[in-house]
Design a protein. Structure first.
Length: 335
């Protein structure tokens, strides 16, 4: 996601003020006039110089945000996977076992988040050109959904084999695999690239609508919070708390909506690799088998721990990402 950081020049004092634009995902190359009211109720006009963030800055900020989210959320994710697969080690292992399989998502966190941010930014620019949209202050939820869905599609290519490896490590109770490299080598040797992408269709059905709804919800909630804050303080422009709350709400709501697909994906990716049974490899048949054997409630097994995990994980991503971009931008300005 190519983002921007705004540099405000107060024309009354010519003192530069550095701040993010609020959502970090608008695109423009023009200086934007902005009217603010100071503490003495004197109207001041500011010129907002919009600076496009480089791919390198996106990579660094996305990587740091992704790493923070993995460290916070992985123990909850391990419990979720074990609940989904009815593993007997769900609550019987020690604390360190909850971090088993973290190397795979941690090592790719920077790449995954860079893909999400850059894909959203690229599709946003295409959208703006196609519909001639250059109003930085408008809230376009349709754009958020379409561009978010595209980001989810791109991410699915990377996340599918990564989560396949992670899930197999998380449900292992014993020395079956020594680590991610061992899992990859075993799968490639016996099943090839196709084996690594086991669960691709269910991953696609989960990621595409999920990211569309994720960005829509984030934009809407954050815009609502900031609008409310501006009604009390006309000079308000950005709040880290608004970013955290919006991220947490959007993450939790999105997971609640698409969770059954995650259950199905986990079942497919933890089934025996040599199995071609429809009840272990096809979305509809896996769902039907789960409902027949355990009831429809089983499609939401582990949802509670997922929602507990989703709020802090998604609540930390945007504040860390936006803060890192601010610091990188200020370093470039200081040079």
């Amino acid at each position: 996601m190519d983002s921007i950081v705004a540099t405000n020049l107060d024309t009354t004092s010519l003192t530069p003020i550095h701040a993010t634009n609020g959502d970090g995902r608008k695109h423009s190359n023009n200086n934007q006039p902005q009217v603010n009211v100071n503490s003495n109720n004197v109207i001041q006009e500011e010129v907002v110089e919009v600076v496009e963030v480089t791919a390198f800055q996106d990579f660094i900020a996305g990587g740091i945000a992704g790493t923070a989210s993995v460290v916070v959320g992985h123990p909850f994710d391990t419990i979720k996977v074990r609940l989904q697969t009815s593993s007997s080690v769900a609550f019987t292992s020690n604390l360190s076992s909850l971090y088993r399989g973290m190397a795979a998502p941690l090592s790719t966190a920077a790449v995954v988040n860079a893909l999400i941010f850059s894909s959203f930014g690229y599709s946003s620019r295409l959208w703006d050109k196609a519909f001639e949209s250059n109003n930085m202050n408008s809230l376009d939820l349709q754009k958020s959904f379409v561009c978010g869905s595209f980001a989810g599609l791109v991410q699915a290519v990377v996340i599918c084999p990564m989560e396949h490896i992670k899930c197999r490590l998380q449900v292992t109770n014993g020395p079956s695999y020594s680590g991610p490299t061992h899992v990859v080598s075993e799968i490639l040797a016996n099943h090839g690239i196709r084996g690594l992408f086991r669960g691709w269709c269910s991953t696609l059905w989960r990621e595409v609508p999920a990211f569309g709804m994720y960005f829509v919800t984030y934009d809407y909630v954050k815009d609502s919070i900031n609008s409310k804050l501006r009604s009390y303080d006309p000079t308000h422009s950005h709040s880290w708390m608004a970013s955290a709350i919006s991220g947490g709400i959007s993450g939790s709501l999105t997971w609640a909506m698409i969770y059954p697909f995650d259950i199905i994906k986990t079942k497919i990716q933890t089934a025996p690799l040599h199995s071609t049974k429809p009840s272990q490899s096809k979305i509809w048949y896996v769902a039907k088998d789960i409902v027949t054997k355990h009831g429809w409630r089983h499609l939401f097994r582990g949802l509670g721990i997922t929602l507990v995990r989703a709020f802090p994980v998604n609540g930390i991503i945007f504040p860390v990402y936006e803060f890192t971009l601010m610091q990188l931008n200020q370093l470039d300005v200081a040079k």
